[in-house]
Design a protein around this ligand. Sequence first.
Ligand code: AMP
Length: 431
Amino acid sequence: MKITSVKGFHDVLPDESARWQWIEQQARDLFARYAFAEIRLPIVERTELFSRSIGETTDIVEKEMYTFADRDGASLTLRPEGTASLVRAYVEHALHQHAAVSKLFYLGPMFRRERPQKGRLRQFAQIGVEAIGREDAAIDAEVLLLLHDLLAALRVRGAQIELNSLGCAACRPAYRAALLAYAEAHRAVLCENCGRRVERNPLRLLDCKDRACRESTADAPVTLEYLCVPCRTHFDTVRALLAREDVRPRLNPRMVRGLDYYCRTAFEVVAEGLGAQNAVGGGGRYDGLIKELGGPDSPGIGFALGVERLVLAVAEPDAARSSPPEVFVAPMGSAAEAEAMHLTHRWRGDGMRVEIASGGRSLKSQMRLADKVGSPYVLILGEDELAACALTVRDMVAKQDFPRAIGLSSSTAALREALAQLPRSTVEPRA
Ligand code: AMP
């Protein structure tokens, strides 16, 4: 019987992986310009790291983690997100002692046992950034500008940043009390989930997925109405700094994010073409988290984008195509094959993209192959060419042959030069 992949765990096939690489490259380029450095984190962590940081009453911790007992009995979990691991590493290696501010990014797979559907997998990849050590509004604006620039570089269709402020330890209690009083008065219309956890985590009520529950709590109080003066100033400053750069996120007072550790600035990115799962990313400020995980009382802010959803939402598939070989070598017979292998190895060593066929195939089938991989030139090496110590070039665009046009001892530079010098016929290049 054939063994298939596990539900919710996907292969990324070569056609698609070119787009992944392009997305990652755009992100890496931009992160370098914004002075963020890469951190590579393990996939397995102690379960406690996530229950303590993400929150016991969140969907992730309640029912989505891949948790297992290690052979020594330790409870381990496949990471469902990157921030907790990054903060764990920050604290463990005392990164605050190296620099007052750490600006870090990560790329890699995350695991959540959600119900799989379009754009929702059980293993998915995230690209995330975190800036730890500054609490001023300017760093929030810088992180949001980075997000905005990345969405623009990737040409994400219909990308829209939604912004909210969740307040802080000073203004949350009054808000929480107001929301609890509201929930109490509306208990009869809350969905089962909200009814069960509203006391432990009232904020969850605002982003409940149950439509009826959402609609019947449309007039619930929101955090923006309860911000203390410092939180209000912080929020207004972030928006003013962004507006100066012509970046105007849409306010969404009901967006609270699915994780407990956020405070003040919170945001999400929605995009077109994704169906029901229209969020490509999200993030926010998490000032208490580093201390909660045993580190100094450092503030932090960051975001994560889902790569599978970006792949669905980027508007420029052409830019993400893989590059075809510059030349395709077609040897005829075993003596030619050995010589062709030698030439190919030399050219590849000099940085050229070269594909080589098997000397046992007919020329016709080699041409079909060259056509399939999209190489503009085929270099034919048969008996005549071996005897003459020169390759025949077929220009696949012009459909023209140049018998024994390039010497076998040509350097890579001479080969490139000779190909560029070939007279082009008037045939239009193929699309
Ligand atoms: P979150 O921190 O949960 O908002 O996740 C950030 C981003 O990761 C989301 O906006 C998605 O793009 C992506 N993401 C989260 N969960 C999944 C999933 N199960 N499958 C695919 N992408 C996901």
